[in-house]
Design a protein around this ligand. Structure first.
Ligand SMILES: CC(C)(COP(=O)(O)OP(=O)(O)OC[C@H]1O[C@@H](n2cnc3c(N)ncnc32)[C@H](O)[C@@H]1OP(=O)(O)O)[C@@H](O)C(=O)NCCC(=O)NCCS
Length: 504
């Protein structure tokens, strides 16, 4: 160990601690109170301080240090200290004797000693493919319990919310942390209505965006149009605006998304966009903007239940994307554009229209078994089945099956027969994988039955999930730490000398 430890007091300023670290050329300093280590301030903490925009001249070490650091006893075997540092990913350990600081031991020193003392290197923790099972943050927005087939928004069962409450209520719950009372609901609904309109400067550009490609790809068009809107209304880094402005960015984004989706779709069909209906609920207005007709209340409620059930879902890929982008201090618009990109993939949000395409391809119930078998044996995935977290029925699929049954129609019975066959064939051909219908399978059936064209399935999913994304952006910004994981390098061993370029 090194006996010359750089120490500072909890009451020192971060600036003075940084100056000492620079002067001594070290990456951390132990914080001492009465000769006892009460904290450690590392380069990682300095990054956190900078990202939080704290005033370094007045910020005190005690506010930013990692309190009660792990330490090692001076008589502990070197091997134990080494294993512990490697396992925890620490670079330094204070060394204590009877609780008093006597030195510091660094991973660099121990790595040099390892071959001499023949210490066995336990290596770094294994990387988890696809980050499966890795906890990456604390959240109070909601969670998914895969083995129970249960998910919740805040403290409420999400499917129960979809049975009993409106989209506006659930949105309020996610943003404000509680379900609204009557007065809060009225104020919140009025606020949404005031933010549904597309700003004129963006509206003018929509025909060009809707007709930019050879074929209309709705989510690509939405990503472009929303990005333009975020630029036009001047969203800025959340580090440069106050909390109320960030919340306004979030409200505006979630309120305008359905209007953008429907305007782009109609333009791609050569039709004029329809302005939002001031008196209709969120869900009824969504269907209204497609046709200009006030929808059947049963259809409006069905799509509302779909929207509520897909508003949030733990740390799914697009939500995680939004949080990663937010963690860098980027503006809310960038986080949402990135999340739309993540959602567009067929392994995430791009499956519902593919599930219906599959029903078309199967054609009749008697052909289901052979069709599914052939595709699974060819190594293909059956769209609308399987889930990273759920190893039992996806509660959203169970709820949406009920909504589909309520709507009725021949497609519903056919879908139920195909579901049974897929589950049975997958259990036989992929034993032990526990593959069941996920949200996407009945989502397609419900959306088709209320009159939404297939190209609008994934954008419709986006219109509800954006409320989840922005709730997470607000939460990430309120207690931020840069998300920056590591990876195991498994390429050719470096450093290889860089070859001199060939010359003629
Ligand atoms: C959702 C999904 C991406 C989860 O993926 P994951 O947790 O990474 O699971 P994996 O892809 O590793 O699958 C594990 C095993 O089950 C199989 N499997 C998973 N979903 C399957 C499906 N829908 N059809 C056929 N086999 C499937 C895989 O082939 C794999 O088998 P193997 O062990 O023989 O290699 C995956 O189930 C899938 O691609 N489903 C279809 C797309 C879909 O419906 N997406 C919407 C999700 S809400």
């Amino acid at each position: 160990m090194s006996k010359e430890v750089l120490t500072v007091a909890p009451t020192d300023t971060v600036t003075s601690a940084c100056a000492l670290m620079l002067e001594r050329g070290v990456g951390s300093t132990v914080v001492l109170h009465d000769d006892r280590p009460v904290g450690i301030l590392t380069e990682r903490d300095l990054v956190r301080i900078t990202a939080d925009g704290a005033d370094l001249a007045t910020a005190m070490v005690s506010q930013w240090m990692t309190a009660d650091p792990d330490s090692v006893a001076s008589n502990a075997p070197v091997n134990d200290a080494f294993v512990s540092l490697r396992k925890h990913g620490y670079r330094h350990f204070p060394v204590v004797d009877g609780g008093r600081l006597v030195g510091i031991v660094s991973l660099r020193d121990l790595l040099k000693l390892a071959p001499i003392l023949q210490i066995e290197d336990p290596g770094l923790p294994e990387s988890r493919r696809g980050l499966e099972g890795v906890m990456v943050a604390e959240t109070a927005v909601g969670d998914v319990r895969g083995t129970e087939g249960f998910y919740h928004y805040r403290q409420y069962n999400a499917t129960e919310l979809a049975e009993k409450r409106s989209m506006e209520d659930v949105w309020h719950l996610l943003y404000e942390g509680h379900l609204p009372d009557r007065a809060e609901r009225e104020a919140f609904t009025a606020e949404i209505a005031s933010l549904r309109q597309i700003p004129p400067a963006v509206k003018e550009l929509l025909p060009a965006i809707a007709n930019a490609g050879e074929t209309f790809v709705p989510l690509d068009a939405l990503r472009s149009a929303y990005s333009t809107l975020a630029t036009s209304v001047g969203f800025r880094s959340w580090m440069d605006i106050d909390r109320a402005t960030l919340r306004e960015n979030a409200m505006r984004t979630s309120a305008v998304m359905p209007t953008l989706i429907m305007a782009l779709y109609r333009l791609s069909q050569g039709k004029d966009p329809i302005d939002p209906h001031p008196d209709l609920s969120y869900a009824a207005n969504y269907l209204y903007m497609l046709t200009g007709e006030v929808p059947d209340p049963g259809h409006a409620r069905a799509i509302e239940q779909y929207l509520i059930s897909t508003t949030d879902h733990g740390f799914n890929s697009s939500t995680f994307t939004a949080r990663v982008i937010t963690s860098t201090g980027a503006d809310l618009g960038s986080a949402v554009v990135g999340a739309i990109g993540a959602l567009s993939g067929p392994l995430h949000g791009g499956a519902p229209s593919r599930a219906l395409d599959m029903l078309d391809a199967i054609g009749t119930p008697d052909q289901a078994d052979a069709w599914i078998r052939q595709h699974v044996l060819a190594g293909e995935k059956i769209m609308g089945f399987g889930h990273r977290i759920y190893k039992t029925d996806d509660p959203r699929s169970v709820m949406l099956r009920g909504v589909a049954e309520r709507l009725g129609g021949p497609m519903v019975d056919f879908a139920k027969q195909v579901e049974k066959t897929v589950v049975a064939v997958l259990a036989e051909l992929k034993p032990g994988r526990q593959l069941y219908a996920n949200v996407e399978f009945y989502a397609g059936v419900v959306m088709a039955n209320v009159g939404l064209p297939r190209t609008l399935f994934t954008p419709t999913f986006t219109s509800s999930r954006v409320i989840g994304w922005t709730s997470h952006v607000l939460e990430q910004a309120a207690d931020n730490r840069l998300i920056r994981p590591s990876a195991h390098y498994d390429g050719p061993p470096p450093p290889v000398p860089v070859p001199v370029p060939d010359t003629d």
